[in-house]
Design a binder for this molecule. Structure first.
Ligand code: EPU
Length: 446
């Protein structure tokens, strides 16, 4: 068991280069299953989820070499259609192999997907879409696996009842080699989906975004290999922007993509956070004086991303006044709140008045847990202090690492494998900017 020991407070100052987007890298690896030819993916972050996905691919008959930030994927001698429980259940995106396996081999057996514990996170929208394309899929509670098969995967016209990011990508990956045309209505617009589409086009896929939230896929008979560089991770950029401003510091971000952060930058400007574009892929984030409370409501693209609300909450603990965060995408994404409260943050849960929650929220309202709140009220500014904190999910983990960095005293963070799932050597990068973070093995509080 590893933990971080963090000695604060630190004003973070320096430079950082944003790594490749986790939420594209994982899907790019799945896309390699659509061909027997060599696929080379550049700008891949060295993170735990990528290593888990490599394990999934190797079980399915690929051979992967991961050097620096480049993964080369080649066909191995044989393939299988089963993702083992011990790998698949630890990685939500492992379920995305359903599409390539069904379209190429007519069969897939995958465990109930894992991932961050930020709600029920079912995959019903993915499954319904695949069924509309001709697949028969059943879940065996006896073994915890989805068993899927199809004799002839075909195109279909599918309307997602609600937004689903990986659901859209799962159906894209299925439709490319299916017979005929697939039309996805109410498809996700997240920029990571578009990066995956670009990659698939370089492999020979025929995919067009025909209207707002509509994608058309014309099935093709084969795909070929490719070399593709994936986009930088916009969630990392937000993390470092908050790191700079919440710590009253100054960080220059390289590989920056402010065009994908419009909702965040708008809120940041209103809060009085400093940022300026230095050139097309460099942005400086800096503290320029007292911060003001700003409310945010999370939403699908181009809204304020759910992944940004935990770091935003930290920023708001440093802002003057009362701010509100209303989470609408996931039903359980405030696990970091109790940990921030241990550090002195003043945060209260409340239930916003919502006329029609079934329609308003992105998660299935049936998954809402009684007594679980969808909003918090933060009163600031507060001087955060040290604590022993546990990390429950990826974005919460990065937020708590920053909180302990700006808070005074020595803190201990447990559950850091959650952070390793999505941030490449984050403690080293923060250390070069002045943070005092030590990764320690074992249980002792020393
Ligand atoms: N949902 C269902 N049924 C489905 C699909 C989704 O009920 O079949 C619910 C989810 O439980 C959630 C909401 O609908 O409450 C939205 O889910 P969506 O499918 O859009 O999210 P996701 O694909 O599971 C991806 C990212 C998340 C990111 C969200 C929102 C990946 C691997 N994950 O999740 O990233 O927060 O989209 O953009 O792409 C992270 O990186 O830490 C992370 C959680």
């Amino acid at each position: 068991m590893e933990k971080f020991i963090v000695d604060g407070p630190t004003k973070l100052v320096g430079n950082v280069t944003i790594a490749g987007a986790k939420n594209v890298a994982l899907k790019a690896l799945v896309a390699s299953l659509l061909t027997d030819e060599e696929v080379i993916i550049d700008n891949v972050p060295q993170i735990r989820d990528v290593h888990l996905m490599i394990e999934v691919l190797e079980h399915l008959g690929k051979h992967c070499t991961f050097k620096n930030s480049t993964i080369t994927i080649k066909k191995n001698s044989s393939h299988t259609c089963t993702v083992p429980l011990e790998v698949g259940a630890r990685l939500r995106t492992s379920s995305m192999v359903l599409g390539p396996l069904l379209s190429r081999y007519g069969k897939a057996i995958i465990p109930n997907p894992g991932g961050c514990r930020i709600g029920a996170r079912p995959i019903d929208r993915h499954i319904e879409g695949l069924k509309a394309m001709g697949a028969s899929i059943s879940y065996a509670s006896a073994d915890g696996y989805f068993h899927a098969k199809v004799s002839d995967l075909h195109g279909a016209e599918i309307t997602f009842e609600k937004n689903t990011h990986t659901g859209t990508e799962t159906l894209l990956l299925a439709a490319i080699l299916a017979k005929g045309t697939t039309i996805l209505h109410n498809a996700a617009q997240e920029v990571e989906v578009d990066d995956l589409i670009e990659l698939l086009r370089t492999m020979g896929a025929a995919i067009t975004r025909t209207a707002n939230r509509e994608i058309i896929v014309e099935g093709v008979s084969t795909l070929h290999g490719t070399t593709y560089t994936i986009m930088p991770d916009r969630n990392e950029e937000v993390t470092f922007a908050v790191a700079a401003i919440a710590s009253t510091g100054d960080i220059t971000v390289h590989n920056s993509r402010p065009q994908y952060l419009a909702a965040f930058l708008k809120a940041l400007s209103r809060a009085g956070g400093g940022w300026e574009e230095i050139d097309t892929d460099t942005t400086r984030y800096f503290y320029k004086g007292e911060l003001q409370a700003v409310d945010v409501v999370t939403g699908v693209y181009p809204g304020f991303m759910t992944d940004w609300q935990a770091p935003w909450a930290l920023l708001m603990t440093q802002a003057k006044g009362e701010s509100v965060i209303h989470e609408t995408v996931f039903e359980n994404r405030f696990a970091y709140v109790e940990e921030l409260k241990k550090m002195g943050a003043k945060i209260a849960y409340f239930d916003p008045k919502v006329k029609n929650p079934e329609e308003f929220y992105n998660f299935n309202w049936n998954d809402h847990i009684r007594g679980m709140h969808q909003a918090i009220r933060i009163t600031g500014p507060t001087n955060l202090h040290n604590a022993i904190v546990s990390i429950n999910d990826l974005r919460a983990g990065a937020t708590l690492l920053l909180a302990t960095t700006i808070g005074s005293g020595k803190s201990y963070l447990y559950g850091i494998e959650q952070v390793d799932r999505g941030y490449e050597h984050i403690e080293n990068r923060l250390t070069t900017m002045g943070a005092h973070i030590e990764r320690v093995r074992g249980d002792a509080l020393s």
